[in-house]
Ligand binder design. Sequence first.
Ligand code: RP5
Length: 160
Amino acid sequence: MKVAIIMGSDSDYPILEPAIQTLADFGISTEVVVASAHRTPDIVHEFAAGAAKRGVRVIIAAAGAAAHLPGVIASYTTLPVIGVPVNSTPLAGMDALLSIVQMPSGIPVATMAINGAKNAAIFAAQILAVSNDEIAEKLLNHRQMMAQEVAQKAARIASK
Ligand code: RP5
């Protein structure tokens, strides 16, 4: 059982690093791939069509500009696809956001915020947690940690 992270270019990698790290923190195996819907369409097809057979259960697909990668991948598989719009052009990611979010009816992509790679990883973990108690437990711990951090920040501000 693993999560695939695919990005349109190696220039997207710094944005995807928090997703890779977060999945590692949850103990979830990943496969990380660079392939482009426009520049290497055959590789994208092969990646998406064979993903389920390789043990992939969720796909995180990130791209900037005319970001067709998540939607094209979603067209080749029934695995859940989480799209991450990347800010990589003068349009600051709005181009990618609109490209990814406006999927035609019948082929959904769960679209995250611009550069929202960490949430993509957490959402992927939540999908896996539906049938995996160990991951569900780690997600609960993560929520508790966040709540503690907020309480600490609130205490710091209150003591000023
Ligand atoms: C998109 O174009 C990629 O996902 C990247 O965000 C953007 C720029 O790619 P490079 O020109 O840096 O390869 O396809």
